[in-house]
Write a protein that binds this ligand. Structure first.
Ligand code: PLP
Length: 397
């Protein structure tokens, strides 16, 4: 008997499994709307000009030594400033480390919670990015959920959310999507965020913002971190996960930051030392190249301005594709309302299509998406939108 004869086959990842099916399809017209990775209007992946320029500037300049456990200090400092803006007047109260992109930041938060917030539960929105459940499960943190999305309105279940925040035991950790909620594209309004912040303060909860799309939602990095800044101004201590996968198109570089706002400089030093103790046995220290590129962009006013323009360009292309998809569906005479496609924001449109409809789209039209009906708007362009709309119209008739 072999050592591993009893090992069962793991289920496919619900998101990455879509790409596998797409690759196996031989149709020349096939469309992949599964994974959340930006494509230009020709369906091609994009490397931002500011990133290419940063790459040129750093080429050959640095040694390839290990970074410290907490990563590249200047990169971390710039990241924290980008997230918090002037809402956090004293950055010396912030404990922060470079992370392995958004996923890695969440993993560090989950592990930190298990060690230092004993008996606390993580509250996860319904629905959420599927990996959130697995990340906190693997860290061994008790999980619960809170209401977020209302299928009837295809919008926020604000009342349900507030009830669940109120009912959760004081001292719970609430996982919040800072902007461009994945998969629904539904965000609270600024007024709703203010009310959530107030209630969480009253209830003594710890807010943790997963910010995978800063700049990618509205095109404006300050606006997209508005919720975090509201919470900070209300006096919250909170945690933030940042990722440069989407907003700088640096998916494969695995570059992000994890930070926690503390009560004092001394507390921040202690918290940061423990973050490093979590990271060291997991991966020792983070990768160098992406950190150097992001630091180069954020430290140079001209490159930073170029990045702001480029991230705005990506966000605006997606916003215009939402309008085009909705218009196409309406022109085909669809009896359904598709207003939610333009109301939602960010990378994804939560279409409301059923798993069966999604299966038909794949089988009959070679159009691929996750079975929850989530469309990656980044894969929609002026060449495929008409075909997508007519296929959606057909399966939703
Ligand atoms: N969090 C959310 C809400 C996401 O949508 C994603 C990516 O899809 C991530 C985290 C992780 O992204 P990454 O680890 O590539 O930065």
């Amino acid at each position: 008997k072999s050592w591993f004869s009893d090992v069962g086959m793991a289920p496919r990842d619900p998101i990455l499994g879509v790409t596998e099916k797409f690759l196996a399809d031989t149709s020349p017209d096939k469309i992949n709307l599964g994974v959340g990775a930006y494509r230009d209007d020709s369906g091609k992946p994009v490397v931002l000009d500011c990133v290419r320029e940063a790459e040129r500037r750093i080429a050959g300049k640095d040694f390839m030594e290990y970074l410290p456990i907490g990563g590249l200090r200047d990169f971390v400092t710039e990241s924290v400033k980008l997230a918090y803006g002037d809402a956090c007047p004293d950055l010396s109260n912030v404990a922060a480390v470079q992370s392995l992109s958004g996923t890695g930041s969440c993993r560090l938060m989950a592990e930190f919670q298990r060690r230092f917030m004993p008996h606390s539960t993580v509250y996860i929105p319904v629905p959420t990015w599927s990996n959130h459940h697995s990340i906190w499960r693997d860290a061994g943190v008790p999980q619960s959920t809170y209401r977020y999305y209302k299928p009837e309105t295809k919008g926020l279940d604000f009342e349900g959310l507030m009830e669940d925040v109120k009912a959760a035991p004081s001292g719970s950790l609430f996982l919040l999507h800072a902007c461009a909620h994945n998969p629904t594209g539904v965000d609270p309004t600024p007024e709703q965020w203010a009310a959530i912040s107030k209630l969480m303060a009253e209830r003594g909860h710890f807010p943790f913002f997963d910010m995978a799309y800063q700049g990618f939602a509205s095109g404006d990095c300050d606006k997209d971190s508005g919720a975090i800044r509201t919470f900070l101004r209300d006096g919250h201590r909170l945690g933030v996960s940042q990722s440069y996968a989407k907003n700088m198109g640096m998916y494969g570089q695995r570059i992000g930051a994890f930070s926690i706002v503390c009560d004092s400089k001394d507390e921040a030093a202690r918290v940061e030392s423990q973050m490093k103790l979590v990271a060291r046995p997991m991966y020792s220290n983070p990768p160098l190249h992406g950190a150097l590129m992001v630091k180069t962009i954020l430290r140079d006013p001209q490159l930073k301005a170029q990045w702001f323009a480029e991230v705005r360009g990506m966000a605006e292309r997606i916003i215009s594709m939402r309008a085009l998809l909705r218009r196409n569906l309406e022109q085909l005479g669809s009896q359904h309302s598709w207003k939610h496609i333009t109301d939602q924001i960010g990378m994804f449109a939560y279409s409301g299509m059923t798993p069966e409809m999604v299966d038909t789209l794949a089988a009959k039209h070679s159009i691929y998406m996750t079975r929850n009906g989530r469309i990656s708007m980044a894969g929609v362009n002026t060449k495929n939108v008409a075909r997508l709309a007519s296929a959606m119209h057909e399966v939703t008739k």
